[in-house]
Design a protein around this ligand. Structure first.
Ligand code: DGL
Length: 267
């Protein structure tokens, strides 16, 4: 048994979609969440910048004595996972591998769409892992950077969101894909809008659930789960005041939390 919390981070509110699944799958685990609201978006930044930010966040999470870290951000997972694993000794999980696993399970016609930030799409992390598993699968990838701003603004279901989705997604729909990976943890907050845009014949794949299951399997195998009697505590930290963080927290987790501000540059 290991009573230490699990650290989870993202550039902003997107990682809350992963926290939500972790709360369901790992109900007795304490969670420390960090959202880097001061330096968001990550998706327009270079690999070096995202890796530097991610290392600072892991250093901060280690001061909270975390037993493992979940990178609840596709941009940091696809650009910085290896560097983080080389730098830190604790177990570190990304979200890309589970997204790929779910896409492989979902597609029947072997035509898979991937949407994510510019940095995630540029990394080709999804394409690489899919090709390794099955090189007959056609992958159609498209960066959708404005989705992150829409979510951070709380504009998840209005005319602007719908028009943006239509503009970004029509070319993927035209490729006859049968599944679309939401390769950015902000995007599940736009699931309704994205789903209505692409239609019900395209299955939306959210890596969050599979990520939570992967973490559970690991902790269970290593005997690192908290005890079943533990009433889980969840703490939230952000790097700058963000009015919409509280609102999106309530929307994603159906509960209000008060995040604490951290000077992340000090780590
Ligand atoms: N939610 C993050 C992701 O999954 C990052 C979005 C951003 O900051 O650009 O990629």
């Amino acid at each position: 048994m290991d009573t230490r919390p699990i650290g989870v981070f993202d550039s902003g509110v997107g990682g809350l979609t992963v926290v939500k699944q972790m709360m369901k799958t790992l109900p007795h685990e304490n969670i420390i969440y960090f959202g880097d609201t001061a330096r968001l978006p990550y998706g327009t930044k270079s690999k070096n910048a995202v890796t530097k930010f991610s290392k600072q966040i892991v250093r901060f999470l280690l001061t909270k004595d975390v037993k493992a870290v979940v990178i609840a951000c596709n941009t940091a997972s696809s650009n910085s996972l290896e560097a983080l694993r080389q730098t830190f000794e604790i177990p570190i999980f990304g979200v890309v591998k589970s997204g790929v696993k779910e896409a492989l399970r979902s597609t029947k016609n072997k035509r898979v769409g991937i949407i994510g930030t510019a940095a995630t799409i540029r990394s080709k992390a999804y394409e690489r892992l899919i090709a390794q598993a099955d090189d007959s699968i056609q992958v159609y990838a498209k960066p959708c950077p404005l989705f992150v701003s829409l979510v951070e603004e709380g504009w998840t279901d209005n005319a602007v969101a719908r028009l943006t989705a239509e503009n970004y997604l029509k070319e993927l729909v035209a490729e006859d894909i049968d599944c679309l990976v939401l390769g950015c943890t902000h995007y599940p907050l736009l699931k309704k809008c994205i789903g209505e845009t692409v239609g019900e014949n395209i299955n939306l794949v959210d890596p969050a659930k599979a990520t939570a299951k992967m973490v559970k399997a690991f902790l269970s195998e290593k005997k690192m789960l908290h005890k079943k009697e533990n009433v889980a505590e969840h703490f939230f930290y952000i790097s700058d005041a963000a009015d919409t963080f509280d609102m999106m927290c309530k929307k994603a987790l159906k509960k209000a939390y008060s995040p604490e501000i951290v000077d992340i540059e000090a780590y």
